[in-house]
Design a protein around this ligand. Sequence first.
Ligand code: CTP
Ligand code: CA
Length: 221
Amino acid sequence: LKIESVEKDFYGRKIMITAGPTIEAIDPVRFITNHSSGKMGYAIAEAASKRGASVTLISGPTNLSPPSDVKLVSTSSTLDMYEAVMEHYGEQDIIIKSAAVADYRPNSTVDKKIKKQEGDLTLTLVRNPDILYELGKIKDNKVLVGFAAETDNIIEYAKEKITKKNLDLIVANDITQEGAGFGVDTNIVYLIDSGNNIKKIDKSNKTDIAHQILDKIKECL
Ligand code: CTP
Ligand code: CA
């Protein structure tokens, strides 16, 4: 028998978490997407829910089952996710954007399969909206948390994103390190707040990291 006792320190708080990838259709059989298992976002959703928060999880396609007591909104493209986020934004206290959002989408999707031809195929990609940037522009007294998956200059790039997107906190990880990032159950992250305080969390499982992110968010409330 395992009895879990978790302090309900997020009781009464409304948290929206985005997780997983977005996918952009080229035609009915082909798409472009980003690496993302959704594990980090789902771990935060589960941890927040256990700590008493009302959680809305906006998720791109993953193989994960949503934690119990979480309101799941399933999305596909970046534009879908943008719409779902804006629909639920108003009532939230905290927004955590762990989704791996596709920065570009094909300029047009065709409803018939593109037949293979001789020679190459050229795709034109257009910019998607930056959901987090848009939220940063309208932020009032909500806590806004972003993620940054980087391969180099992690701290510098993450700090730039805090400023540009008007964030309270960013969770930055170096995806080139073993045991960090996509697909795996562990992560190695830096928590950087808008006051430039940096905290490194050594390799830990995503549930532990989720709780540490929530602990840090509590300081921002
Ligand atoms: N993000 C978003 N909408 C986008 C792109 C990113 O909401 N169209 C969010 C992500 O969910 C993440 C944060 O912005 O929380 C940073 O994403 P990232 O891809 O690291 O940053 P970008 O600003 O897209 O810059 P780049 O990909 O060039 O590093
Ligand atoms: Ca990006």
